[in-house]
Design a protein. Structure first.
Length: 95
């Protein structure tokens, strides 16, 4: 599946992706896949189980919203799916 307006692929997690989450929350929602390259191929993500716990906490602490984070395990590696719902109120990134 190609990247679309509401689907984004990232090979690894960086805190700067909180901006994408904020943008999705302020628009129509969206999904970010961590551990998948730009062509939609699973490349795996290091420490997926740790990120499964850390990402929702960072999103809550910095953006004040909740996101669903799902772990998918494949033969090629683990990847995370971050599902961001649209929010009725404006969400601010760091203030």
């Amino acid at each position: 599946m190609p990247e679309l307006q509401n689907i984004e692929y990232k090979q690894s997690w960086r805190d700067e992706y909180l901006k994408w989450i904020c943008g999705f929350a302020n628009a129509n929602g969206g999904t970010i896949f961590i551990g998948i390259d730009d062509n939609g191929n699973v490349v795996g993500v290091d420490k997926a189980k740790r990120l499964l716990e850390e990402i929702p906490n960072k999103v809550r602490d910095i953006l004040g919203i909740m996101v669903d984070v799902n772990l998918h395990q494949t033969k090629r590696g683990d990847y995370l799916e971050l599902v961001v719902e649209p929010y009725p109120n404006a969400i601010s990134y760091k203030g």
